[in-house]
Design a binder for this molecule. Structure first.
Ligand code: PLP
Length: 486
């Protein structure tokens, strides 16, 4: 028998398999509403202007070389590829005008000794920024999530490390959870981003689900959610069973949570449902968490993408902090900065004091070290550059708003168009839900019908990525949905 004969193909990923099916469809009419990546009204991916400008701005530093001060700047494109390199020699101040730079591409007289200088400068430029970038980046991330004036940040009561985007941040936390609470389980909302189940399962942490979405109202099933958090059933009965249940068979069973459980919460723009608790509901959830001594882990992959306002979208986390919770948070800059391929994220954990934070951080670093040693520096540098420059930050906030306004206007148009078709169903929920996704409630048969007859692709659970809806395809989508639902 060969070494790998027993390896069977892995089950298809529910999200990436939609893209595969879409790509193999030859029809030009086809529509991909599967993947949750922002597209503009022409259906094109977007590089934010703030990211472009940040990429231009980064990579400058002052060094002392062979008796001369030197200011070097390597300018890269958004992928970190050096586009050009310039430097000034003999001036002990950072040059402030372009004319004082020697641009290596236009100054051929420097080319004789250019390679050494180039390499040295580049080395110093990148090395000097690398060390500080990572801790600065974590600071910037937690300020964005917890608030600029948060006492957690002021008192250094957090431990955080850069992560490979939101997925990596969740994975690091899951690993941390298993190491320090080996018998614990993670309660996930039902439904949730499908990868949550896989991430915690791969980290050998059992997953359970709590009620979240109500297919009847296409809204929040708040009372059932509260009951699950409160553990309406007899705690001891459940406690006796909980660790012996096989993870895999049981993960979709709703279970009321014993005290001191881990819960994963989506603070805004819940994926896949687009349904978020309101302010009062978050207050109540936080209150019950306090009584039950649960640990909230926020997976914030969409800060800004629910309301168009990054501060407002952090409300849930701020409520929990105000109520004095310790919590964990995964952050991603895929959606709100369009840095999908850069894999930029952060995982942070709030602690009692700075001493505890130091211990937690060292443990997170240890996990990172054995998993992938360290994260790339370019993405965090882009993010920090934007968050620390008032103009770039303002530009970013504007650009987030533009993206969200487009998603909202597509929701409005889709709803109106469906209503104008005199459909028997109610389409109110299209505009009630928020964020990247419209959780349509279409059955798997209806989803199949859309794919087969209209070449419209979405995940089997009826989740429609609003990012794929544009002014030129919204009528087609509406009439197709009308057709399959009537
Ligand atoms: N968490 C949720 C809820 C998501 O929807 C996603 C992406 O779709 C992620 C995390 C991870 O995204 P990324 O790894 O691209 O940051």
């Amino acid at each position: 028998m060969g070494w790998w004969d027993h390896v069977q193909p892995a089950p298809k990923d529910p999200i990436t398999s939609v893209t595969q099916a879409f790509l193999s469809d030859p029809t030009p009419l086809k529509l991909n509403l599967g993947v949750g990546a922002y597209r503009d009204d022409k259906g094109k991916p977007v590089t934010l202007e703030c990211v472009r400008r940040a990429a231009e701005k980064i990579s400058g530093c002052e060094i002392f070389l062979a008796g001369h001060y030197m200011y070097a700047q390597a300018v890269s494109d958004t992928n970190g590829v050096i586009k050009y390199f310039r430097y000034t020699v003999g001036t002990p101040v950072i040059p402030d005008t372009k004319s004082r730079y020697l641009d290596v591409h236009s100054q051929s007289r420097w080319s004789a000794y250019l390679p050494t200088v180039y390499v040295l400068c580049l080395y110093f430029t990148l090395e000097s920024t690398k060390a500080t970038t990572k801790s600065k980046f974590v600071q910037d991330c937690v300020k964005l999530a917890y608030g600029n004036d948060s006492s957690v940040v002021r008192e250094d009561r957090f431990a955080g490390v850069p992560a490979l985007s939101g997925t990596g941040a969740c994975r690091l936390f899951a690993e941390f959870q298993r190491r320090f609470y080996p018998d614990s389980q993670m309660f996930l909302p039902m439904p949730t981003w499908s990868n949550h189940h896989d991430i915690w399962r791969d980290s050998q942490v059992c997953t359970r689900t709590y009620h979240y979405y109500d297919p009847g109202t296409k809204g929040l099933r708040f009372q059932a959610l509260v009951n699950d958090i409160k553990m309406a059933y007899v705690a001891e009965l459940f406690r006796g069973q909980q660790y012996t249940l096989p993870c895999d068979d049981d993960s979709f069973q709703f279970a009321n949570a014993p005290d001191r459980s881990f819960f994963l919460l989506h603070p805004c723009a819940h994926n896949p449902t687009g349904v978020d608790p309101n302010y009062e509901q978050w207050k109540e959830i936080s209150h019950i968490f306090k009584i039950k001594n649960h640990f909230p882990f926020f997976d914030m992959a969409y800060q800004g993408i629910a309301s168009g306002d990054v501060e407002r979208d952090a409300t849930a986390i701020r409520i929990f902090l105000e109520d004095g919770h310790l919590l964990g948070c995964a952050q991603s800059f895929s959606k709100n900065m369009g840095l999908y391929e850069h894999r930029v994220g952060c995982v942070s954990i709030v602690s009692w004091d700075d001493k505890q934070a130091t211990a937690i951080k060292s443990q997170l670093q240890r996990i990172v070290r054995a998993m992938y040693s360290s994260s790339p520096v370019h993405g965090p540098l882009l993010v920090s550059t934007i968050l620390n420059d008032a103009d770039l930050k303002a530009l970013w906030e504007e650009e987030v708003k533009v993206m969200v306004d487009r998603l909202i206007s597509m929701r409005i148009t889709l709803r109106q168009t469906l209503e104008e078709l005199n459909s028997s169903s109610s389409w109110e929920h299209i505009t009630k839900q928020v964020g990247m996704f419209y959780f349509s409630g279409l059955s798997p048969e209806e989803v199949n019908h859309l794919q087969r007859d209209f070449h419209i692709y979405m995940t089997n659970d009826g989740r429609i990525s609003m990012a794929g809806v544009t002014r030129s395809n919204v009528d087609y989508l509406a009439s197709a949905i009308h057709e399959v639902t009537n």
